[in-house]
Design a protein around this ligand. Sequence first.
Ligand code: USQ
Length: 383
Amino acid sequence: MRVLILGGDGYLGWPTAMAFAAKGHEVTVVDNYLRRAIAMETDSEALIPTPNLQLRAEIFKAATGHEIDVVIGDCCDYDLLCDVVHSFQPETIIHYAEQPSAPYSMRDYRSARRTLDNNLSATFNVIWAVMEKAPSAHIIKLGTMGEYGTPNIDIEEGWIDIEHKGRKDRFLFPRQAGSLYHTTKVLDTDMLWFYVRTFGLQVTDLMQGPVYGLRTPEADVDPRLLPNFHYDDIFGTVVNRFLTQAVAGIPLTVYGKGGQTRGYLNLLDTLQCVELAMHNAPGAGQLRVLNQFTEQFSVNDLAATVQRVGNGMGLKVEIQTVDNPRKEAEEHYYNPAHSGLIELGLKPHYMTDPVVADMLETVLHHKDAIEPRRVLPRVRWKS
Ligand code: USQ
């Protein structure tokens, strides 16, 4: 298949590009290095330096013989995106091209504005580029489980049947996000659903939980092919942060009571899920929503796991309670459905102790590069 990956420099974009190229697909990636720029501006650079996209594509080709075409450009530039879609004629477009950090979106006016403008413009341009240049392309959009928030009822897979005053209808599941970043994903979903039902696009919206991990079979070929791995408060997700803190001897930063529960998944499973979505396109005029995670933990559960495994490896892992910089429920009901991807064939990689130990080993190789000043939260939701 011809696969266009938007946001190909990202934590998910680059491993996806390699995995798909290695399977023989024709892959083009687009990225404007927004995350790298924000990381530099906010002193949040990744633990492991990653070469730029062109260089990584060259290293990958030399090691495996597979090509990845690289376009450096901004998906908010409609002419650029249209040109790429027109000339490449993708059958699948995987849209990761968004500012992915909740804390960055809550930092100040400029960061909020940039998140809103980037995320909504990119999605709007993808929709229009498909309608104008490749109307049968399947858009796979990376959404987030955070769109749903933490309601006091079971979370369904995208849709809910509601009976009201004796009549029934089906609606997108109610969503109440906890950051502006997550809210942009809610708005993306609404916009996609409008264009799907009105103009017959075909879209899969993946509601993904926090992802952890580094290693993929393709990255094992050369360490320069590893995905970017952040441990800072802006781009680092909780598992990657705890692993790095454990290695650096910094007590694990549990925000508030630590009962915040989310659905997590291994990077390897993100790759599987996106591939399953690609091979099971929903058909014209359909918005399919899949909840993309494999197991759920509270922050306290995660801290205990990293502490147990880290101590078993001779690290001295402590846990601290940090005043929660976010506005979120710290103890709550959480029961989201997630059978759709399993039914499509997902074989989960669970967070076993050996998996955690392997990630700690990788981080240990980069221990000297850890900058403790990037660890404690620098952005607060409330003043
Ligand atoms: N947390 C801590 N300590 C930390 C960091 C985080 O207790 O040092 C807590 C947070 O308060 C939150 C939970 O861990 O309750 C998850 O935080 P996170 O930073 O790992 O995840 P989040 O900000 O929600 O965002 C990440 C990705 C985002 C993706 C989302 C999926 O950055 O792109 O959409 O995970 S989800 O969380 O399901 O919305």
